[in-house]
Design a binder for this molecule. Structure first.
Ligand code: SAH
Length: 250
């Protein structure tokens, strides 16, 4: 069941208020009525089951019946560092990464991809897409969409933080599954290249800084397909390795 998104500031004790678009969506598009029970998330990890108490033109007040922390979230915090590619492909990836449960997205600046974020850097639009995807997929936390960053800097800082860093190349890398089984990290980051791939220099630097170079099967995937598929595999594998019941400290 697709839910609604509430501003955390609009949650008080046992009541919450949906405003503007969310109120409009609930009342006019989905045609809910007073007394009905719906699901609401705040994008910061809180899930609520609520009963609609009062509907106005641009405001809906609801009573909280039940609440859960981090419902629908993965026990692993996966950061997807995806090469910034032109056009709508990155939009697609933002939507799918949100559905899959990616915790953070880093638009990656790479030698063969977009090097300087100009009009391609559209955080507001990406956040809008993530919000829509969040409501649809039943998770409770919005992915953080970080500022575009250069590959080497990202690898360096994440290794320093003790995260497992995976860099995907079409051929010649270690088997992805094996790296995950060995690592069992609770925080990991996966870097995916642009259409032209990472340059040999980028791969060498990442390896030297401590990244594990990984590959998936025998076929070369498009950048956004790779982001989606590899994120799904990492989350699947890691959730099973860590066990679904375990939740991380936020
Ligand atoms: N011609 C490029 C292809 C790049 S595909 C090259 O030879 O590198 C775009 C990105 O998707 C790659 O940089 C890599 O990160 C990822 N990717 C594509 N297929 C993959 C595979 N089979 N395994 C792992 N990563 C892959």
């Amino acid at each position: 069941m697709a839910g609604f998104l509430v501003d955390p500031a609009d949650v008080q004790d046992d009541t919450l208020v949906l405003r503007r678009e969310e109120a409009h969506h609930l009342a006019r598009v989905r045609r809910h009525r007073q007394g009905e029970v719906v699901e609401v998330v705040d994008g910061a990890g809180n899930w609520y089951q609520v009963r609609i108490e009062h509907l106005d033109r641009d405001q809906v007040r609801a009573q909280i019946l039940d609440r859960q922390q981090d419902r629908g979230e993965s026990p692993v915090r996966l950061t997807l560092a995806a090469a910034l590619v032109k056009g709508q492909r990155f939009d697609f990836l933002v939507e799918k990464a949100t559905e899959l449960g990616v915790a953070e997205l880093v638009p990656l600046l790479t030698e063969r991809g977009v090097v300087r974020p100009g009009s391609e850097h559209k955080t507001a639009r990406w956040e809008h897409l993530a919000r829509a995807a969040l409501k649809q997929c039943g998770r409770s936390r919005l992915p953080l969409i970080l500022a575009p960053a250069v590959l080497g800097e990202v690898v360096r800082s994440r290794v320093e933080e003790g995260q497992q860093v995976l860099l995907a190349v079409p051929t010649g890398g270690e088997e992805l599954r094996r790296c995950l089984a060995v690592g069992q990290a609770e925080r990991l980051i996966l870097a995916v290249g642009p259409e032209g791939g990472f340059s040999p220099g980028e791969v060498a630097v990442a390896r030297r800084l401590g990244a594990q170079i990984v590959s998936w099967g025998n076929r070369v995937l498009r950048s956004e397909t790779a982001g989606m598929v590899l994120a799904a595999l990492v989350l699947h594998e890691a959730e099973h390795t860590l066990g679904k019941g375990e939740q991380l400290e936020p």
